[in-house]
Design a protein around this ligand. Structure first.
Ligand SMILES: [Mg+2]
Length: 282
């Protein structure tokens, strides 16, 4: 995958005019559906109830399904294989991750020397679009993923780039990663916050909620924002990001009324993923 130019999906809508049983349903005219993974399609190693049916129904209605994840500790092949293992077939090109939009970031245009701070699995993806420095002294920029084996020395190396005036590109700034049993793990944002606190350098995000990420997804699918919807469990990343490029949005999960009173306000809210299909008119 690394370095290969991807061919966009066909630009023409594949959605038949009569695809929805109820054409007045709020998302009946949507032809491209982007699903978040962590906390939406799956919780750790468990598929969310109804996820398989939802993807099957969306595809059989002629809609295209993309999986938009802020995962920064694995590559695309790992994520597609996990979907497959859990019962959802997914082509590599249907999975969009922060590393996919990294190449589009203005700071990457001159192919800078970067200090990559993240797991080995993601390194080849970064190497495809940037020059990875051998030592932090040579680097102009830190690219940050979620390395679950990070050490104090890793933080010190990255900090040395930042205090020399280097930039900080984070795959995401998610504070936590939800896993099975309601447990939470520290997210890439927690690592970015440590570096930011130490250096005073604010992270720039290449994954959700950056417009860069959602524009990359639309381009990959040859889709328009007007006929696309982002479905996810996080207001600050899925809903804010999707809305920022003009997509419609669906928040999945428990939400208190006060959460839905101030921006970002989703267009629709359902408690469970299996309720999403009704928004398309069945
Ligand atoms: Mg999520």
């Amino acid at each position: 995958m690394s370095g290969a130019k991807r061919t966009p999906f066909a630009a023409a809508s594949t959605l038949a005019p009569s695809a929805a049983k109820d054409p007045t349903a709020p998302l009946a005219d949507v032809d491209t559906v982007f699903l978040d993974l962590d906390g939406c399609v799956w919780f750790g190693s468990q598929l969310a109830e109804g996820a398989m049916d939802l993807v099957r129904d969306l595809r059989s209605s002629g809609r295209r399904v993309g999986f938009l994840t802020n995962t920064s500790n694995h590559g695309t092949a790992h994520v597609a294989a996990k979907l497959q293992r859990l019962g959802i077939a997914a082509a590599l090109d249907e999975v969009i991750m922060p590393v996919d939009s990294l190449a589009e970031h203005p700071r990457l245009r001159q192919r800078p020397s970067v200090w990559f701070f993240g797991p080995d699995e993601v390194r080849p993806h970064v190497a495809a679009v940037a020059a990875i420095a051998e030592t932090p002294d040579e680097a102009e920029l830190v690219v940050l993923g979620r390395d679950t084996r990070l050490t104090y020395a890793d933080l010190a190396d990255a900090l040395s780039v930042l205090v020399r005036g280097g930039g900080l590109l984070a795959f995401n700034v998610d504070p936590r990663v939800p896993v099975e049993g309601g447990r939470m793990l520290p997210g890439t944002g927690a690592i970015a916050a440590a570096l930011s606190y130490a250096s005073g350098v604010q992270p720039e995000v290449v994954g959700k909620p950056s417009a860069l990420f959602f524009e990359t997804a639309l381009r990959r699918f040859g889709a328009t924002a007007e006929r696309s919807v982002m479905v996810g469990d996080t207001l600050d990343s899925d809903i804010a990001g999707g809305a920022s490029v003009g997509m419609r949005t669906v928040l999945v999960g428990e939400a208190s009324p006060s959460m839905l009173e101030s921006p970002p306000i989703p267009d629709h809210h359902v408690a469970r993923l299996r309720e999403v299909w009704a928004l398309f008119g069945g």
